[in-house]
Design a protein around this ligand. Structure first.
Ligand code: BGC
Length: 384
């Protein structure tokens, strides 16, 4: 496994601010418990306090078909265990009913908190009612859970900004912006096809809207042309983020646009980019004349593809930081503290605005992958 677990990354280095806050949180919780216990507490290093020691936390992840979710699950589990929790980590094979029954089992198995990366963000209302009946707090992990008031906190990246970054890297690759981000004045027209993420994942529309905020002005002025005419999210969305579905859609698009040569493809996730590049290669593009293809997650295979000059860019989201944030939220909530949030406006799930902590992401290309991915310790040196 190329991604390092949290135990291998010195925490102060990994995220000094967060680490400090986590430690401060633990210290505060510790002081509170000691006070309540009449100062008779006898702390054994690193564990959760009082009745949270040994408490079970259910961690529900969507799939193991993408490296990032495996890393997320591993990081969250290890960090919770470091704090003395027991962890029930489950992956749901991108199947909604599997995720529902795994969550029901966590609740009946005595979980004291749930961390959930939803497959379908609208399908969890009833199971969250069950969690609420047992007073089990719920942290939405990376993907917002919609249609339930029982979502206590949300930790994710700035998803609109991720879309902005994807489209910014696309137009940079096309030559519309230079490396400093300044307009070059190029007029194209550039032929670009658009892909969106899974329509049941709340993030997908954020990515799309962020990307469109960059691309639309170029589309309106005719500098970017979408030869298929498929410019709506509903036309571009790929259910369950499935690479094979993206490959099929790219095949179909090549048929629809005939001999028109593509200059770019907006892809919102590395797995889709792999499918898209396979279709392009099968459709006659060679490695040297592939269009500019974007991505997300800095997955190992896609970073290799970027180094090989096939995929152009990806977006790095440091899952170590996301995991640490989720663990901090769980630990705070279970110790009666308020978790730190930095956004109380953006994530309206239809029932409430879920208090959120948003992290930042980074565009990765062949020019900076060593600095961003290797020097940060996210990947081992020998990976690429
Ligand atoms: C995540 C992305 C990921 C996608 C597919 C989204 O919810 O935010 O990082 O690429 O799911 O797994």
């Amino acid at each position: 496994m190329p991604l390092r677990g949290p135990r291998e990354v010195p925490r102060e280095k990994e995220h000094p601010v967060k680490t400090k806050k986590l430690l401060t949180g633990i210290a505060a919780a510790s002081a509170l418990v000691l006070a309540l216990a009449g100062c008779s507490g006898d702390r054994t290093g690193g564990g959760a306090e009082g009745d949270t020691e040994g408490a079970i936390v259910g961690v529900s992840m969507p799939t193991q078909t993408s490296e990032r979710w495996i890393a997320d699950g591993d990081n969250v589990k290890a960090s919770l265990e470091d704090l003395g929790y027991k962890v029930d980590l489950q992956y749901a094979n991108d199947d909604i009913s599997t995720q529902l029954s795994q969550l029901e089992n966590m609740i009946s198995g005595g979980a004291k908190a749930l961390v959930i990366a939803a497959i379908d963000g609208t399908a969890l209302t009833e199971v969250l009612d069950q969690a609420a009946a047992q007073e089990i707090p719920v942290i939405a992990y990376d993907r917002l859970i919609n249609g339930s008031e029982h979502v206590d906190y949300y930790t994710t990246f700035d998803n609109f900004e991720v879309g902005v970054q994807q489209a910014t890297s696309l137009v940079t690759g096309l030559g519309l912006l230079d490396e400093s981000g300044a307009e070059t004045g190029a007029t194209g027209p550039f032929n670009v096809e658009l892909f969106g993420g899974s329509p049941d994942d709340n993030n997908a529309t954020f990515f799309w809207n962020g990307a469109m905020s960059v691309l639309e002005p170029y589309m309106e002025s005719g500098v970017i042309v979408v030869p298929s005419g498929q410019t709506q999210f509903e036309q571009a969305a790929i259910l369950r983020w499935d690479p094979a579905t993206a490959q099929d859609r790219m095949d179909d698009l090549l048929t629809v646009i005939g001999g028109t040569k593509l200059d770019g493809v907006l892809s919102p996730y590395d797995g889709l980019s792999i499918g898209i590049i396979s279709a392009l290669t099968a459709g006659g593009y060679s490695a040297s004349d592939l269009p500019i293809v974007t991505g997300q997650d800095a997955e190992e295979g896609s970073v290799k593809s970027i180094i090989a000059g096939e995929q152009y860019s990806t977006i790095f989201k440091d899952t170590r930081l996301l995991g640490a944030q989720a663990v901090e939220m769980v630990d705070a909530v279970l110790n009666g503290d308020e978790p730190e949030v930095n956004d109380t406006e953006t994530y309206d799930n239809g029932e409430k605005i879920v208090p959120s902590f948003l992290l930042e992401s980074t565009i990765v290309t062949v020019g900076n992958y060593e600095k961003v991915l290797i020097e940060s310790g996210y990947y081992d040196k020998g990976t690429f």
